[in-house]
Design a protein around this ligand. Structure first.
Ligand SMILES: O=C(O)CCC(=O)C(=O)O
Length: 170
C-alpha cells in the first residue's frame, strides 16, 4: 500500500503536499468455481464528506473473463449516477445498466498476477463469477485526501504524509 509508485499516483491526483489516507483495503476473493456477480457500480460512498478518486486494484492471480475479472466502462468516470442516499455504494439499477451498456462499450481488465489497474472511483465497474478451477484473488485499495471525514466525523489511517502508518511499529 505504501509503494512509491502509489505515492506518486496520489500526489498526481490529490496534489503533492496532500496527506493521503485509506478508506478501505480489500482482499477480493472469488474462490474456484464460485464467487458472486458484482453488479455495475461506482465507488462513491455516502458516508464520506468527499468522494475519493483513486483506487488501485492489484491482481494476485492471473485474472481473465473466465475467472470473473473486473469489467469497466471507459470514460464513465466523467459523470456521477443518481445514488440512493441510504446506499453506501452507487449501484446502477438494472434499467440504468442496460441503458449504459447499450450506449457505451465495456472492457475487461485481464491481467497477469502482480499487475495493477488504476481506477478512478467514479469509473463504472463490476465483475462476474469464477468459472475456473483456480481462485481469482485481488487486492483493492482506495486512497483519499486525509482530511476526508466519515459521517461520524472521524478521519482514516494515514498512508502517505505526516503520521503515516509505519509497518514496523504496527
Ligand atoms: O474485485 C472485484 O471483483 C471488484 C472490485 C471492486 O469493485 C473494487 O475494487 O472497487
Amino acid at each position: 500500500m505504501q509503494k512509491p509508485v502509489f505515492r506518486e499516483i496520489c500526489a498526481r491526483a490529490y496534489g503533492p503536499e496532500t496527506s493521503i489516507s485509506c478508506y478501505r483495503a480489500m482482499f477480493m476473493n472469488k474462490p474456484a468455481g464460485k464467487g458472486t456477480d458484482l453488479p455495475w457500480h461506482q465507488d462513491r460512498f455516502s458516508i464520506l464528506d468527499t468522494d475519493p478518486i483513486v483506487t488501485v486494484w492489484t491482481a494476485l492471480d492471473r485474472v481473465s473473463i473466465e475467472n470473473g475479472c473486473v469489467g469497466i466502462v471507459p470514460g464513465s468516470h466523467r459523470g456521477a449516477f443518481d445514488q440512493d442516499d441510504s446506499a453506501s455504494f452507487a449501484f446502477l439499477t438494472d434499467d440504468q445498466a442496460t441503458a449504459v451498456l447499450e450506449r457505451e462499450a465495456h472492457e475487461y481488465l485481464e491481467m497477469e498476477a502482480g499487475e495493477a489497474a488504476l481506477l478512478h472511483n467514479w469509473l463504472l465497474h463490476g465483475s462476474g463469477v469464477n468459472g475456473t478451477d483456480a481462485p481469482r484473488r485481488g487486492f483493492s485499495v482506495c486512497y483519499m485526501d486525509a482530511i476526508t471525514r466519515s459521517d461520524h466525523g472521524n478521519t482514516f489511517s494515514v498512508i502517505f504524509g505526516e503520521g503515516a502508518l509505519n509497518p514496523k511499529t504496527l
